[in-house]
Design a protein around this ligand. Structure first.
Ligand SMILES: Cc1ncc(COP(=O)(O)O)c(C=O)c1O
Length: 395
């Protein structure tokens, strides 16, 4: 018997990256395609010790249902860290703990988007957000990214003309481009958003992974007081398998997000929250983050240097100051999808850029991940890719 699926599922496809990752499972392929943190940097022993303490000291409570808002001491820790590290004021009661920051996107879709509503997203934009908002049958408008953030003239035009409900942005070391908004662009975005009935969603899972350059305050609370939601995550500073993220929002937005979360899953894992709280309280998270920064910084350095050596000069590459990705632009008219086939023959993989563009552009772009390969593999993989690009250009 055929079953009848909801209309909303008809336009949403399986994640393109997950499909690519299947191809790259072959161990002879050096893959820069995934977006994974380096597992050697997960603080396994400290998390294990924290988990044992939680079990020994608060076993039954940590196994019990708990509040939708999340474990209060963990929310307090996040609020304190915002004050200490980012210089912004956030109250613990304004934080909702979620199953990764990805769940925030689902909750925001639920509370803001009717079918056909417009979302403004960066060009290129985060694939997980495109997928999440597509489930709500959103339409997309885009704003181009320059080296220091969005094209503000274009953003103003889109805001004025599109009747958008939401602007979704990744302001630090963006996935996929690696680009970061400068202070001037943050101010500019805040000035454009202020006074509009459009919610600004600032997704910041990579902000702590800065290995060079100047720190910037988040747009939300740093530059923009109202109509903003700030998302965060433990995935890149501790471990993604815990599925712990959060949303900073207040007033009616917070109340509605709590209702949506309750309807979705009641609350985030009590045990995971308590273990993470124990971990951040008892173990040196700052020196752990420092270790991640040093390691990714070296990996990024190796990749940039190898690109300079092996890629033809007409290929453009971003120079991220943090995070996990850099972004490559081939000469106009070249297809990174076609290059992908050539690269796989050379046993190296990346993610072609077009799926990150909701407007169908970006054919000549692709994403490289540097966090999940050691320096020797980065050197060898970029060399192979450089050969592939040169062969491709010569065709
Ligand atoms: C921009 C962005 N937002 C959200 C997420 C989801 O992260 P989490 O593990 O916190 O759900 C990712 C994951 O890679 C991401 O790149």
């Amino acid at each position: 018997m055929p079953v009848k699926f909801a209309d909303r599922m008809s336009t949403v496809h399986r994640s393109f990256i997950r499909e690519i990752l299947k191809v790259t499972e072959d161990p002879s392929i050096i893959s820069f395609a995934g977006g994974l943190p380096n597992p050697e940097l997960f603080p396994v022993a400290d998390l294990e010790a924290a988990a044992v303490k939680v079990m020994e000291e608060t076993g039954p409570q940590s196994m019990q249902y708990s509040t939708t808002e999340g474990f209060q001491p963990l929310r307090q820790y996040i609020a304190d860290r915002y004050r200490e590290k980012k210089g912004i004021e956030v109250d613990a009661d304004e934080i909702l703990i979620t199953a990764g920051s990805q769940q925030c996107l689902d909750l925001l879709g639920k509370i803001f988007l009717n079918a056909g509503d417009n979302v403004i997203i960066e060009r290129p934009g985060y694939l997980g957000a495109i997928q999440s908002f597509s489930i709500f049958q959103a339409g997309f408008k885009t704003v181009g990214l320059e080296d220091d953030g969005p094209d503000l003239d274009e953003l103003e035009k889109v805001l004025d003309s599109s009747d958008a409900k939401m602007f979704y942005a990744v302001t630090n070391f963006q996935n996929p481009s690696g680009l970061t908004y400068s202070s001037e662009k943050r101010q500019g975005v805040a000035d454009l958003m202020r006074g509009r009935d459009v919610v600004f969603v600032e997704d910041d899972p990579y902000g702590e992974l800065r290995f060079m350059g100047d720190f910037h305050k988040p747009v939300v609370r740093g530059y923009l007081e109202d109509n903003g939601v700030l998302l965060g995550s433990f995935s890149k500073v501790a471990a993604p398998g815990f599925r712990l993220g959060w949303m900073v929002c207040s007033g009616e937005m917070r109340d509605k997000a709590i209702i949506a979360k309750q309807a979705s899953d009641l609350h985030t894992s009590t045990f995971a929250q308590r273990v993470m709280h124990r971990y951040v309280s008892d173990y040196p998270i700052d020196s752990h983050v420092e270790k991640i920064r040093a390691c990714y910084g070296k990996q990024r350095e190796t990749m940039v240097r190898a690109i300079e050596e092996y890629f033809p000069a007409e290929v453009k590459v971003t120079r991220p100051e943090g995070g996990m990705f850099l972004w490559v632009t081939l000469p106009e008219g070249m297809s990174s999808m076609d290059l992908f086939d050539e690269a796989i023959k050379n046993r190296v993989a990346f993610v072609p850029g077009r799926p990150f563009y909701v407007d169908g552009s970006g054919e000549n772009t692709f994403r490289l991940n540097f966090s999940n390969s050691d320096e020797a593999h980065i050197e060898e993989g970029i060399k192979r890719l450089g050969t592939g690009i040169k062969n491709f250009l010569a065709k």
